[in-house]
Write a protein that binds this ligand. Structure first.
Ligand SMILES: [Mn+2]
Length: 413
């Protein structure tokens, strides 16, 4: 149901006499017969609910009327023998809500008909390019190919239209994010139950990931960050090869993925189960900032407004401690933003023309303090659902106060 609604919300935004062509993608080659794990194009998933390779969605808008056709690979007994079950046409119809399903070998001919008939004058693709040096992905390659073969067709980028829609999550999307957060909570509880000095960071990662898999998650929503001591001050640390020493904090930035939707949570725990006074002082400042953001977040605000609130609380705390003298110096110990959108992508796509939060937005709330000279890195990250009046913290149940963390860890020490 909701997948059909995603397409219905898109139709009014599309130009008339246009075709929209989205590919799920193909696996990227590594070496010999090895391929990177397949990652479906996220816009294709949003509009179809499907995640398998070598599929395409074609939507036509002519004279204000829209149609959608889905192209899937034909089930082949040899391919099934080696690679496992394939999606059958009836199953594809049911998941996507699209009644017109054709085999992918018809796609080229069908596209040629549409693009050469004069009935459409523009074609939407996912032409997103993250960085100038990136290799073009499958959708971008196809857009360039079509542009070359049909130069009279105007190529348009679907990305900003999808960003507008994906900004606000519907009930089913919020339910999926909540499931991902609940699995993440189980993983973090398991970590607190087993964390001890002398463990390696990768062992902490393994405990978290084993638990979320056993809870039915598809896996981590991004590479798990487990940084003990000084490693907790490196924002995207990800090697996770070092020891967790007695007296260290460990910063865990992680999340489970469920039904295609991500959780993104950070917790910081004392490896031996007890914060030092100094660690606790910094921790309480970050926690106050986290709570201030959760209290303030509401429709109409921007993530920049929330970051200003966060920075003020952090600066005030650090000035009180005598760590800095002026509010401007806070940048020395806090150098990222407090929020990003969360959904199918961990850093979900956003509409660059409109930053104001709306009911249905899901954003993170992640203040941090990174004190290199004391080998203290702290981040406390929750996921907030913006509502009509304010927001709901979807990860409220994942314990975060120093007292609660110490009490939980003391049970198993
Ligand atoms: Mn985050």
């Amino acid at each position: 149901m909701s997948i059909t609604a995603h397409r219905e919300k898109l139709f009014p935004l599309l130009a008339d006499n246009s075709i929209t062509i989205l590919y799920s993608g193909i696996p990227v080659h590594v070496s010999q017969d090895e391929y990177y794990p397949f990652r479906c194009n996220r816009q294709f998933f949003y509009y179809t609910g499907l995640t398998r390779e070598n599929m395409a969605l074609v939507m036509l808008k002519r004279d204000g009327k829209c149609t959608a056709t889905l192209y899937i690979p034909e089930a082949d007994p040899h391919a099934i023998r080696w690679m496992g079950k394939m999606v059958m046409p009836d199953e594809a119809k049911e998941i996507s809500g699209i009644q017109s399903v054709r085999y992918i070998q018809n796609l080229e001919r069908d596209l040629h008909f549409h693009l050469s008939s004069g009935l459409v004058d523009s074609a939407y693709f996912d032409t997103d390019r993250h960085s100038p040096e990136d290799m073009p992905d499958y959708n971008l390659t196809k857009a360039m190919d079509i542009a070359g073969r049909y130069p009279a067709i105007r190529i348009l980028n679907l990305h900003p239209l999808t960003a507008k829609l994906r900004k606000c999550k519907d009930e089913e999307e919020v339910a999926a994010i909540q499931k991902a957060i609940d699995a993440t909570k189980s993983g973090l509880d398991a970590v607190m139950e087993t964390l001890r000095p002398g463990m390696y960071e990768y062992q902490v990662q393994a405990i978290f990931e084993a638990k979320i898999f056993s809870e039915g998650a598809e896996g981590p929503s991004f590479p798990t960050i487990a940084g003990a001591g000084i490693n907790g001050t490196m924002l995207h640390y990800g090697t996770n090869r070092e020891l967790c020493n007695d007296g260290d904090l460990i910063l865990l930035d992680l999340g489970a993925k469920v039904d295609g939707y991500c959780a993104d949570i950070t917790r910081t725990y004392p490896v031996n189960g007890k914060f030092t006074d100094r660690q606790r002082q910094y921790y309480e400042i970050a926690l106050a900032a986290n709570r201030a953001v959760a209290k303030a977040a509401k429709p109409g605000m921007t993530t920049r407004d929330l970051n200003d609130i966060c920075k003020n609380v952090l600066a005030e705390g650090l000035i009180k401690m005598g760590k800095i003298e002026t509010p401007e110096e806070v940048g020395k110990y806090y150098m990222h933003g407090v929020s990003h959108h969360l959904g199918i992508d961990v850093h979900d796509i956003t509409d660059a023309s409109d930053y104001a939060l709306l009911p249905g937005c899901v954003i993170t709330d992640e203040p941090g303090l990174y004190i290199d000279e004391e080998a203290i890195g702290i981040r406390i990250e929750d996921d907030l659902l913006i509502t009509e009046e304010g927001c709901i913290c979807l990860s409220e149940d994942i314990i975060r106060t120093p007292d609660d963390i110490e009490a939980f860890m003391a049970k198993t020490l």
